[in-house]
Ligand binder design. Sequence first.
Ligand SMILES: Cc1cc2nc3c(=O)[nH]c(=O)nc-3n(C[C@H](O)[C@H](O)[C@H](O)COP(=O)(O)O)c2cc1C
Length: 363
Amino acid sequence: MTSLSTSLTELLGTRLPIIQAPMAGGITTPALVAAAGNAGALGSFGFAYTQPEAMARDIEAVRALTKAPINANFFVNAPPTPIDAGSQRDAIDAVAGYYAALGLPAPQPVKAPYAPDLDVQLNMIEDLKPEVLTFHLGDLPAVRLQRLRALGIKTGGSATCVEEARHLEALGVDFIIAQGGEAGGHRGSYLRNPYEAMTGTLALTRLIVRAVKIPVVAAGGIMDGAGIAAALALGAHGAQLGTAFIPCTESGAPAVHKQHLLAAREDTTTITEKFSGKPARGLANRYMREMNGANAPQLAFPAQNALTGPLRAASAKAGNPDFVSMWAGQAAPLAREMSAAQLVITLEHETLEAIERLSSLNR
Ligand SMILES: Cc1cc2nc3c(=O)[nH]c(=O)nc-3n(C[C@H](O)[C@H](O)[C@H](O)COP(=O)(O)O)c2cc1C
């Protein structure tokens, strides 16, 4: 059988050029990461909202399930700035009705820190030594990247435009994730306005492949082997898939997220800042429509995420899709329900089939 090895598989030590995307907020359980890794992909933890002790527990749990390399992923946040009382009040007023609709106590002003401290997380990760570390929404200082490299950890960063990719290459990352506008979850943009850095995966991958010398991983709207083969045809060295892994048996996504994803139509994803304070793509629901429609007041990321946390959790727990963030990419209707191992093996076969089909064209 033809091998799918690329310079990315060589770099990461995986059998396949497929990355199960990091997905913060409880989706990327140790069982999911281990199953993806055991099947030949790179399993990734989305640790953005995970405290260091919980990261240690997750990594210990996954190490008991697999010898495969693993990826730990983080968000790069600007330091928290003080929020004035008026802004807190406006943002609270905008969501208070939704809290009441779920029978929750009225929302209270949020207090810093709104998310775990990245430096503390990274200091812990240097002890835990995952094989790979990726980051999103920003860059890491070159000294940190050097320290990670000295520990043998491969690093990758998300880019939503050529400028960000070149910047990351110059800082010393080992690979770039080219995140196209189709992608589910948060836009990784940090040098450009995210709404101006919405180039689709096909165009972005090709542009970034031509602009940098290090391996490039295409992300956004890739759900099957045809998509992975397309990414490889564009010159990418691998593909990162998020939405495709959400319905997997091992994924920790709330049942309501899985159900609505499996029922998604082409036109059901949209971008909102109203859940977290930064633009992210997901399945449209009442909260997104009303809050976007009213351009309701919001706090900056990640304070807004802290403000909506209890609402999202209660909505998910009640199986109510109205007030929970159900991040998903534009190819959501291609989502399939299976185990992560089955998905990775299916992706492998489909990719090989797609390559075979293309190579026999016009013969
Ligand atoms: C539910 C969800 C959560 C995500 N969380 C993260 C994250 O924590 N870190 C990250 O780098 N990317 C995150 N992403 C973005 C993915 O890395 C990737 O860019 C995206 O899933 C690719 O598009 P696709 O969903 O169409 O496959 C998330 C995506 C989804 C769907």
